[in-house]
Design a protein around this ligand. Structure first.
Ligand code: IPD
Ligand code: CA
Ligand code: CA
Length: 279
């Protein structure tokens, strides 16, 4: 269904209200945590801050959109399953960083309409940076328009990636890709917050990003923001992004084909299919 710019702007404003409120909650917990739980896999952490920030977001969205569906990292799927509107929420993206007081974390909120990410807000409360976009309305950082970089050669690019929590259990752990691209570029960062990685591609600080093992709430907001900043977002092989595939390739567009080719060379599709975990 097509929505008017005014309607998308309304969604964007409410998502912003929720992200700013959640960011304030995160800031209030920073450095005060006494207990950090593990969710199952080693290193997959859960804190009181994740839960409190998520509760804040859910309360605001429920007040404005009681009939919309929700997919929130800590609460799972909520609301009416048949709604065309699905909010994908990561209250604290970068929990490991947060638990160590390493200041690279964010709240990420996206609205998918009929399965397509159309509104995205990512808020980094430590640096007070608010990244926002809605389909057709452009992308902003602290309310000023942003564009992707113009780097057109892999050898001159700075990339970012990440390693999912199942990295100890699967040969498909992204280490081969990381080594290969570290040699071909000016560097590959691993910052620990997928949403902020995407936001930084959108505003031109980084030229490209790839990762596997993600969930929709990690990437949905960043997808809209990168696209609206003029970038390209696809699957590793350049085909259309599947939001629940776990894999994403997001770039400034100029290096997209070459980065896709290199990723496919390191680990072609046949190898993924044989991997223990194929996400
Ligand atoms: C994680 C971060 C990290 C990425 C992991 C994600 P969390 O999210 O985005 O950068 O490498 O795959 O799960 O657990 O901090 O919300
Ligand atoms: Ca996350
Ligand atoms: Ca999280």
């Amino acid at each position: 269904m097509n929505h008017t710019p005014e309607k998308l702007q309304t969604f964007l404003e409410i998502a912003t209200e929720a992200a700013l409120a959640a960011g304030a909650v995160l800031q209030s917990y920073l450095g005060t945590l006494e207990t950090v739980e593990e969710k199952g896999r080693p290193g997959d952490l859960l804190t009181a801050a994740d839960k409190a920030a998520e509760a804040t977001i859910l309360e605001i969205l429920d007040r404005h959109f009681p009939n919309h569906s929700i997919l929130a990292e800590e609460s799972g799927r909520l609301g009416k399953n048949k709604s065309e509107y699905l909010w994908a929420i990561d209250p604290l993206d970068g929990t490991t960083n947060f638990a160590h007081q390493y200041p690279f974390f964010a709240t990420s909120i996206a609205l998918l309409i009929d399965g397509v990410p159309q509104v995205g807000v990512i808020y980094d409360p430590f640096h007070n940076e608010l990244f926002r976009a809605a389909k057709g309305l452009g992308a902003t950082r602290n309310r000023r328009p942003i564009r992707v970089s113009q780097t057109s050669e892999l050898s001159k690019s700075l990339l970012v990636t990440g390693f999912a929590y199942d990295r100890r259990e699967t040969a498909d752990n992204n280490y081969a890709e990381f080594c290969h691209l570290t040699h071909l570029t000016q560097g590959v960062r691993r910052s620990g917050s997928a949403s902020l990685d995407l936001a930084h591609v959108a505003c031109g600080r980084l030229d490209g990003y790839w990762e596997r093992g993600l969930s929709p709430w990690d990437m949905a907001a960043g997808v809209v923001i990168v696209q609206e900043a003029g970038g390209n977002v696809t699957a590793y092989d350049g085909s259309s992004l599947q939001i629940d595939s776990g894999r994403i390739l997001a770039t400034n567009g100029y290096i997209h084909h070459n980065l896709s080719t290199e990723l496919m060379q390191v680990r072609p599709l046949s190898a993924w299919n044989n991997a223990v975990h194929s996400r």
